[in-house]
Design a protein around this ligand. Structure first.
Ligand SMILES: Nc1ncnc2c1ncn2[C@@H]1O[C@H](COP(=O)(O)OP(=O)(O)O)[C@@H](O)[C@H]1O
Ligand SMILES: [Mg+2]
Length: 199
């Protein structure tokens, strides 16, 4: 292959990946809006789930010289959840944390038992979100004045999907943020069944 072809192929690869991601998001939105989000509930071990993702997470973050720190409580109880959907939530929160952060910062993923739930948070040292815009981040197609720091794509669908997934589990999601200091997205998942499996 010629030297000129490689950058063009890389560009095409990036564009097609962005389009596939966007299509996935749109499909999820249509599934959610039609009320067909079926969860495949089982007892899942979050420690394993974090361990499986760790290498990929570190790789993604390292492209922006961002460090990932994990702070998982010992003997974390299992949660009653859909593993695939929980991973989707983590992917979204983590990709946002990377996308809206400047290089050489740190992202901390924590997990702790709180009453009858496990609370998982993804905290970044990025740009933060103005207080008056916080309410819109979980709405479909809503983006704030805070933009990606390295030209990454942004549709405003990720957090709306995330909120629906957490709602379907009977959990909660919220955000705390300060401009110039960073954001902390936290969600809770029930340890014991909060909802029954749809047949
Ligand atoms: N960690 C974060 N730091 C700063 N802003 C954020 C963060 N996560 C989300 N946002 C803001 O919320 C908006 C909605 O997020 P999301 O629904 O994931 O859409 P997208 O990632 O496609 O922009 C983003 O466009 C951004 O303005
Ligand atoms: Mg996103």
């Amino acid at each position: 292959m010629s030297d000129e072809a490689l950058p063009a192929l890389e560009k095409m690869n990036k564009v097609s990946k962005t389009m596939v991601d966007m299509l996935d998001d749109l499909l999820d939105v249509s599934v959610i809006e039609s009320g067909r989000l079926d969860l495949n509930l089982e007892m899942i071990d979050l420690e394993n789930l974090f361990a499986d993702r760790r290498e990929t997470d570190i790789l993604l973050a390292s492209r922006k010289s961002i460090k990932i720190h994990q702070n998982i409580q010992d003997a974390l109880p299992s949660v009653h959840a859909d593993a695939y959907r929980v991973e989707q939530v983590l992917d979204n929160l983590l990709s946002n944390a990377i996308k809206f952060s400047i290089p050489d910062t740190m992202i901390t993923i924590s997990a702790d038992r709180v009453d009858n739930t496990v609370q998982i948070s993804v905290q970044d040292e990025g740009q933060g979100i103005p207080q008056e815009e916080l309410a819109m981040v979980f709405q479909e197609f809503q983006r704030t004045t805070i933009k990606p720091t390295a030209g990454e794509s942004s549709t405003g669908l990720g957090l709306a999907i995330v909120r629906h997934i957490i709602d379907a589990h009977g959990g909660r999601i919220w955000v705390e943020s300060e401009v110039g200091r960073g954001s902390n997205f936290t969600f809770s998942l029930p340890i014991t069944p909060a909802i029954t499996q749809a047949e």
